[in-house]
Design a protein. Structure first.
Length: 403
């Protein structure tokens, strides 16, 4: 079981929203997920329509009774929310643990000890931390192997992040098991200059620990919370759902092959075998006049094969410019519209290549950051092979490339 703490960041306000919707999307992806609420404010129960007056056993009872004969197993307080999604709720009584906890043995290890009994029942355990660093938060950090810090892309977003990372580094140095730290850009509003500047600053300072996915500002997320529903139930067609589904898949893929369903692995192996037969050649895939024809030459090394597979579709920087390549089976006209051509698709037409289903364009772009979309027979689409995206004012996604 992978245990991930969702930490509060000074000046941030979306921690519980992240916890609830990430847990729901992991469950939607088929992962058995437990959300543990370590916040005495009990916002997870509130955001999932679990009435506090009906919670007979809570995380507080589990934390307070660990070493005596009245030990309470965490499974006794679990509520089923949806398929694969369970909640271990808290109540305001959990605030007492901050006062009494220091007198108890193994006060910082109690959550980790409690989760051992359900480790074989879940693939993920997400721990929603309190809004301050105290004994409850330390329990979450010690129980977790990973920490995600949602950082709002607003005015106060960067305040306190450095201090929190220092605290986590100190905890990481004092434990034997590794602790992976991720920073998640949250509530990003592409329409504001401040949001774009803060996102760029986050990438500049903390790019090495940032999630590739970021969560766009979306009113559906708040509406869902007000109705006591995760975004998977409230509006699975919204941008908010797409963002959290993308984040869930990023976390799943980062867990290694054991986190990927066997059927998908078999499909990937079949595709890899077919691609290797097609691409195992030392001849370059792209030249000045477009893709070269593949020939039966000496097989390339595995590293060369992998490089060629990666550069077939998507966007790639070359010595001659930025290469855009996409598949559009049956399409008649394919073009690119973006910042580099004032969003005029007629200015940059893509050339048909190979079997007629592939289209390419090589653009000599100066250094900068460019948003773009493909226009396939009049239909505007983001680049399916580029994970770097951001929302636009129309509620859709623009692909992004940095030169």
């Amino acid at each position: 079981m992978r245990t991930i703490a969702i930490a509060n960041q000074k000046g941030g306000c979306g921690k519980t929203t992240v916890s609830i919707n990430l847990a729901a999307c992991l469950a939607r992806e088929g992962r058995r997920t437990l959300l543990v609420d370590m916040d005495p404010q009990s916002h997870c129960a509130l955001g999932l329509a679990v009435p506090e007056d009906q919670i007979e056993v809570s995380v507080h009872d589990v934390m307070m009774h660990r070493n005596n004969g009245d030990r309470i197993d965490i499974s006794r307080c679990i509520w089923q929310i949806t398929a694969n999604f369970d909640l271990a709720p808290s109540t305001t009584a959990l605030s007492q643990f901050e006062l009494v906890g220091p007198t108890l043995p193994d006060a910082e290890q109690r959550l980790g000890d409690a989760l051992v009994s359900v480790s074989d029942k879940y693939d993920f355990a997400l721990v929603d931390c309190p809004p301050h660093i105290g004994l409850l938060t330390l329990n979450a950090f010690h129980a977790a192997g990973e920490v995600i810090i949602p950082v709002d892309t607003g005015y106060f977003s960067l305040q306190g992040l450095t201090k929190q990372l220092e605290t986590l580094d100190a905890i990481r140095a004092s434990r034997q098991n590794p602790l992976e730290i991720r920073v998640l850009a949250n509530l990003y509003d592409v329409r504001t200059k401040l949001g774009r500047e803060i996102l760029n600053e986050l990438k500049r300072k903390y790019g090495h620990v940032m999630c590739h996915t970021f969560i766009n500002f979306n009113t559906k997320l708040r509406e869902g919370a007000s109705f006591g529903q995760p975004i998977t139930e409230y509006d699975p067609n919204s941008m908010g759902y797409r963002d959290f589904a993308r984040l869930a898949r990023e976390l799943i893929s980062s867990g290694g092959p054991e986190m990927v369903p066997t059927a998908i692995l078999r499909q990937a192996d079949d595709l890899a075998e077919r691609a290797e037969k097609l691409l195992a050649t030392s001849k370059p895939l792209f030249g000045k006049d477009g893709f070269n024809e593949l020939a039966n030459e000496m097989p390339a090394t595995p590293e060369e094969v992998q490089q060629k597979i990666e550069c077939i579709y998507g966007v790639r920087k070359t010595n001659e410019g930025v290469l855009f390549a996409t598949q559009a089976p049956g399409a008649t006209h394919v073009a690119i519209a973006g910042d580099f051509n004032n969003w005029q698709p007629g200015a940059t037409l893509m050339e048909r290549n190979g079997d007629g289903n592939s289209f390419v364009a090589l653009l000599p772009l100066p250094p900068g950051r460019y948003r773009y979309r493909y226009v396939i027979d009049g239909q505007w689409k983001s680049d399916p092979n580029n994970e770097y995206v951001e929302s636009n004012p129309f509620g859709e996604l623009n692909s992004v490339v940095e030169v």
